[in-house]
Design a protein around this ligand. Structure first.
Ligand code: BYC
Length: 334
C-alpha cells in the first residue's frame, strides 16, 4: 500500500514535470527568450552553467598566451592594441561569469571548479606563443573561429547569455581584424624572414584551431540536446566547415600554405575539404597533457592566491558601508 502511494505521488510529479517540459520546449520553439526566473529543466540549467563557465574560463585563461607578448610588442601602436584586446578578454570573462551567476551559481564556486580541474577551458589556450606572428595568428584564426562559434550564440535561447554574446561579438570582430592586419603586414609587406615566421605560426596553430570547435558530430555528447534547446544553432562540424570555407581565401591572399596536404576545393559542394583531424591530440590536451596546461593552471592558481587580499578588502569595505548605512537608517528612524 505504502509503496503504491509513493508510486502515485511519483507519477503525479513526473506528469507535472513533463507538462512543464512541454511548455518550456514550446517557448524555446517559438524563439522566446528564457530568463533567469523562468522555469527550466535542470538539465538545461546544468548545460548552460557548464558551457558558460567553460566559455568564461576560456576568456580568462586566453589572456595568458597573448599577455606573454605585451612587453615585447614591436611598436607602441601594436602594444596599445594588444593591451586593449587582452583587457577586452578580461571583460568578456566578467560578463560571462555574471551571465552564469543568473543561473544560481557563484563566480567563486566556478573559479574553484576550474582550479580543481572539474571544469574545462578551451583546448586552444594550451599552446605556446613562440613568436610575434603567433599574436597575428591568434587574432586571425583563434578569434576568427571564436566569432564563427559565437555569432549563433547571440541567438541562444537563454537571454542573459545571448545578450552578453552580442557585446562580446562586436569586440571579437575588432580582435580578428587586428590579427589579420598583423598577418598582412608580415606576409605582404614583410621581409622573407617575417613571412617565414608567419608560415611557421600557421603550421603550428592550424590544427589546434580546427579542434576549438569540439569533437566531430558523431562523438559530440551534448550537441543534440543543445540544438533542441536552441543553445547551439549549428553542430560542431558545420561551424568548423563554415570557418574553413571563410578562412582559406584569406590565407591564399596572404600567400600562405595550409599545413594540410589533403585540403582541396570541392567544386560540386562549394566547400573546402580537409584532412583527418588528430583527435588523440585533442583528447590529450583536454585531459590536461597539452604543451602548456600545467603552466596555465599554475598561473591561474597564483593569480587567485595573489588576488585574495583584494577580494577580502573589497568585502570588508562593503560590510563597513552596509553597517554604516544601517546605523544611519536606525538613527533616522528614532
Ligand atoms: N576545448 O559535446 P561537445 C575566445 C568538451 S574564448 C576543451 O561537443 P558542447 C578567446 C566539451 O566541453 C572561446 N573542451 O560539447 C579568448 C565536452 O566536455 P564536458 C571559447 C572541449 O558544449 C581569449 C566534450 O568536449 N568559446 O574566443 O556541446 C583570446 C564534448 O563536446 C572543446 C566557447 O567557449 C574544446 N575546444 O560543444 C582569444 C564557446 N570542445 O563539458 C579568443 C562556447 C569540446 O562534457 N562553447 N570540449 O566535460 C561552445 O560553443 C561549446 O561548448 C563547444 C563544445 C562548441 C566548445
Amino acid at each position: 500500500m505504502y509503496t503504491q502511494a509513493l508510486n502515485i505521488k511519483d507519477m503525479a510529479a513526473a506528469a507535472e514535470d513533463s507538462a512543464f517540459d512541454a511548455r518550456f520546449q514550446s517557448r524555446v520553439d517559438a524563439e522566446e527568450k528564457i530568463e533567469p526566473n523562468d522555469w527550466m529543466p535542470d538539465a538545461y540549467r546544468r548545460t548552460l552553467v557548464r558551457q558558460i563557465a567553460q566559455h568564461a574560463h576560456s576568456e580568462i585563461v586566453g589572456m595568458l598566451p597573448e599577455g606573454n607578448w605585451i612587453t615585447r610588442a614591436p611598436s607602441l601602436k601594436r602594444k596599445a592594441a594588444l593591451l586593449a584586446k587582452v583587457q577586452d578578454e578580461g571583460g568578456h570573462g566578467a560578463y560571462l561569469y555574471a551571465a552564469a551567476e543568473t543561473l544560481g551559481v557563484s563566480r567563486e564556486d566556478l573559479v574553484e571548479q576550474l582550479l580543481d580541474g572539474k571544469q574545462k577551458y578551451s583546448s586552444i589556450f594550451n599552446y605556446p606563443t613562440l613568436s610575434w606572428a603567433d599574436i597575428g595568428i591568434i587574432g586571425w584564426l583563434v578569434d576568427g573561429a571564436a566569432i564563427m562559434n559565437q555569432i549563433p550564440l547571440c541567438r541562444c535561447s537563454y537571454g542573459p547569455y545571448a545578450r552578453a554574446m552580442i557585446r562580446i561579438c562586436k569586440e571579437e570582430s575588432f580582435h580578428q581584424r587586428q590579427g589579420y592586419e598583423i598577418m598582412v603586414t608580415l606576409c605582404r609587406d614583410g621581409t622573407p624572414e617575417q613571412k617565414a615566421m608567419a608560415q611557421d605560426a600557421l603550421n603550428r596553430w592550424w590544427w589546434p584551431v580546427l579542434m576549438m570547435f569540439g569533437p566531430s558530430d558523431k562523438d559530440s555528447q551534448h550537441t543534440d540536446k543543445s540544438m533542441r534547446w536552441k543553445i547551439k544553432r549549428f553542430t560542431n562540424d558545420d561551424l568548423r566547415q563554415k570557418f574553413i570555407d571563410a578562412t582559406v581565401p584569406q590565407g591564399q591572399y596572404l600567400g600562405l600554405t595550409f599545413p594540410d596536404p589533403a585540403m582541396k576545393h570541392n567544386d560540386r559542394t562549394g566547400h573546402w575539404e580537409h584532412g583527418e583531424i588528430d583527435w588523440s591530440e585533442f583528447k590529450r590536451v583536454v585531459a590536461g597533457d597539452g604543451p602548456c596546461n600545467r603552466q596555465r593552471m599554475k598561473q591561474r592558481r597564483d593569480a587567485n592566491e595573489n588576488g585574495a587580499w583584494v577580494r577580502e578588502a573589497a568585502l570588508a569595505f562593503a560590510q563597513k558601508r552596509r553597517a554604516r548605512a544601517e546605523a544611519a537608517a536606525r538613527i533616522a528612524a528614532e
